[in-house]
Design a binder for this molecule. Structure first.
Ligand code: V47
Length: 364
């Protein structure tokens, strides 16, 4: 058996029996040997999902990379007059959707820049049109920051705006825009962006209306473990209150072509530490996602032995957020068969899920 260093023995025992970590305990545990974190996180993962690792068949719609905000870590945004800016018309977006009508996808993930002109009603109509063409897909759409901007501009309360979107067919909300909740660090990396308070409020409202959501953290830049644990703690508290989160996605800062590029990137060892600490601290989150377009395939596979139980989806080369920031896969796309093989090779049982983590019956 693994020899556990004296100073981590009591903590390891507590977590392994399902005890809840305090902030101070988490700060101490974050420095433990990686092998110990891997074992503890694997045990915690197996208590939640056994040997299962989930994935879905999905694609993204990214309507625009024009954005009213200018986050320092973003490699994706372009000014409206740049030759590299895009701003698809509804017809162009619907053609992208129609091209995937028979793909077997069960989810479309819509995310993009916060465009100064597109308003709430533009997006309500877009969702309605997408659902008309692909009634079988669940629309997982818009970060809390995009939502706050469009709903605010329409003069509605968050509950009113979210209800309109839900009635049009928005079934879930992705986890983006959370970045880092610590106000001092947030002011340095994304000063114009909606606040942590706004992000948390939008997710709380969504949960009240029965809309499940995800959560993210952007780590590996100028934050430290104190801010990471603070971020996890704010999420754990909200989840205690609402129970509306499905998955947590630790997003590693990728450094190509953005104004924080001189920071470089943290190591894969640090990524595994972050995955494991996420699994251990967020004891009330059902799933931890290893988002392969951001990590790369092999690192995502390894993260499955550091607490992650979800690989996200097949993607079909429809997202540019990470390829533009320097990720390995410049055209992220995986077949179901490849995805299942990756999961099996890592020692787990692949399960195709829908947006709500219900298993999807395998077609022959
Ligand atoms: O909020 C932007 C991040 C997020 C960079 O909910 C960057 O299932 C690293 O939230 N390096 C958007 N990260 C993507 C997102 C997401 C992705 C996959 C699944 C889900 C889900 C949500 O991407 C942004 C920001 O935190 N991001 N630029 C960068 N250079």
């Amino acid at each position: 058996m693994l020899q556990v260093e004296e100073k981590y023995a009591a903590l390891a025992d507590k977590v392994d029996q399902g005890g809840r970590l305090s902030r101070a305990e988490a700060l101490a545990l974050a420095e433990a040997p990686l092998s110990l974190l891997g074992l503890l996180a694997t045990h915690a993962k197996e208590r939640k999902s056994g040997k299962r690792v989930y994935y879905n068949r999905n694609f993204h719609v990214e309507p625009t990379n024009v954005c009213v905000f200018n986050c320092r870590f973003c490699s994706y945004r372009r000014p409206a007059d740049s030759p590299e800016a895009w701003d698809y018309t509804p017809q162009e977006i619907l053609a992208q959707v129609e091209a995937r009508r028979d793909s077997g996808a069960t989810e479309v993930h819509i995310v993009g820049g916060v465009h100064p002109r597109h308003d709430l009603y533009f997006y309500v109509e877009l969702i309605r049109q997408i659902k008309q063409r692909m009634p079988q897909v669940a629309v997982k759409a818009f970060t809390a920051i995009e939502l706050a901007y469009m709903i605010d501009k329409a003069g509605l309360t968050p509950a009113e705006g979210l209800q309109l979107l839900k009635d049009a067919g928005m079934a879930a909300i992705p986890g983006g825009g959370a970045e880092i909740f610590d106000e001092t660090i947030r002011a340095k990396i994304c000063p114009e962006k909606g606040s942590s308070r706004v992000w948390l409020k939008m997710h709380r409202e969504a949960h009240r209306l029965g809309i499940p959501t995800n959560a993210t953290i952007l780590y590996g830049h100028i934050e430290g473990w104190r801010e990471r644990i603070d971020h996890l703690d704010r999420l754990r508290t909200l989840q205690d209150e609402t129970g509306g989160f499905n998955a947590f996605i630790p997003l590693k800062y990728r450094s190509l072509h953005n104004s924080m590029a001189d920071l470089g990137e943290v190591s894969i060892v640090e990524d595994m530490r972050m995955a494991a600490m996420s699994r251990l601290y967020l004891d009330n989150f059902p799933h931890i996602k290893a988002y392969w377009p951001m990590f790369g395939r092999t690192t995502a596979q390894i993260a499955l032995t550091y607490g992650a139980d979800d690989m996200d989806g097949t993607i079909d080369d429809t997202t540019r957020i990470y390829s533009m920031a320097g990720a390995e896969d410049q055209k992220p796309s995986m077949s179901s068969t490849e995805m299942q093989q990756l999961i099996r090779d890592a020692g787990f049982d692949p399960v195709e899920r829908d947006t709500f983590y219900q298993p999807v019956a395998q077609r022959a």
